[in-house]
Design a protein around this ligand. Structure first.
Ligand code: FES
Length: 259
């Protein structure tokens, strides 16, 4: 969901007909989770501040126009929320369809297969078909007619521990926020606009190794797809069990993975 509120004041609201009482400042998404209701999401996590960019978590709130993002909407007393109306389900499916239409369809050979939030969310919103004709992903070397794609950005293999594949990036900015909020390094940014926006490590042309990245792994842990992927997972596959440990030296938490 989203980070927990530290407030001691409590607020009661209704979500899908259930009364829920949570600390003031809690997001509607987190309050839903407390009530056992899972709202689809891609850009929100428990560990970084909500950003509201993916629009997958939209809900209806009585008395409010539109469909606000549940991750960036704080609860208010007496609020009445619908998380499963046909209207929001349709919006979520449409949003997911757009994501998938600009994403490589190589799930079966992708290192994140079975451990990919994009895959999970596509299933959760019930997406079965994509109506939009596949076009050359703007991160592919050549477009559909075989011409050189001037927007092409190759995979960055420079870091010894992980790879960065721009073709799989959904620009949720979880990595950028993890770098800033968890590690305090500010090595990553989003550059470009609209269709051409992407995550970048420092100045144009910089790769991860020559950037300010300290290889802490916070961005890799935050990534919901295989955009930032541990090389060990690419080489050895996804382990059956993983344990996150934290020590006094940093707030990231090291992944210890066992077969
Ligand atoms: Fe709320 Fe992405 S999870 S907008």
């Amino acid at each position: 969901g989203t980070p927990a509120s530290k407030s001691t004041e409590m607020v009661t609201l209704t979500i899908d007909g259930f009364d829920v009482t949570v600390p003031e400042g809690t997001s509607v998404m987190r309050a839903s989770a407390e009530a056992g209701i899972q709202v689809p999401k891609l850009c929100a996590t428990d560990s970084v501040e909500a950003f509201g960019s993916c629009r997958l978590c939209v809900v209806e709130i009585e008395g409010r126009r539109g469909t606000p993002a549940s991750c960036t909407t704080p609860v208010t007393p007496g609020m009445v929320v619908k998380t499963q109306s046909s209207k929001v389900k349709k919006i979520r499916k449409g949003v997911m369809e757009l994501y998938i239409s600009d994403h490589p369809l190589d799930c079966l050979t992708c290192a994140a297969n079975g451990d990919c939030e994009l895959q999970d969310m596509a299933g959760m919103v019930g997406l079965r078909d994509v109506r939009y004709e596949a076009v050359a992903n703007h991160f592919e070397a050549r477009d559909n007619s075989g011409d050189v794609n001037t927007q092409f950005i190759p995979k960055d293999d420079s870091n010894p521990y992980f790879t960065y594949d721009p073709a799989k990036c959904i620009v949720c900015s979880r990595c950028v926020r993890a770098c800033e909020e968890v590690q305090g390094t500010f090595a990553l940014t989003i550059e470009g606009m609209g269709f051409n926006s992407r995550v970048s490590a420092g100045a144009a042309g910089d790769d991860f190794l020559s950037s300010d990245c300290v290889s802490c792994g916070a961005c890799v842990q935050a990534c919901p797809t295989a955009t930032l992927q541990e090389k060990s997972v690419i080489e050895m596959g996804t382990p059956e069990r993983s344990v996150i440990t934290t020590c006094a030296y940093c707030g990231v938490g090291c992944s210890f993975k066992a077969e």
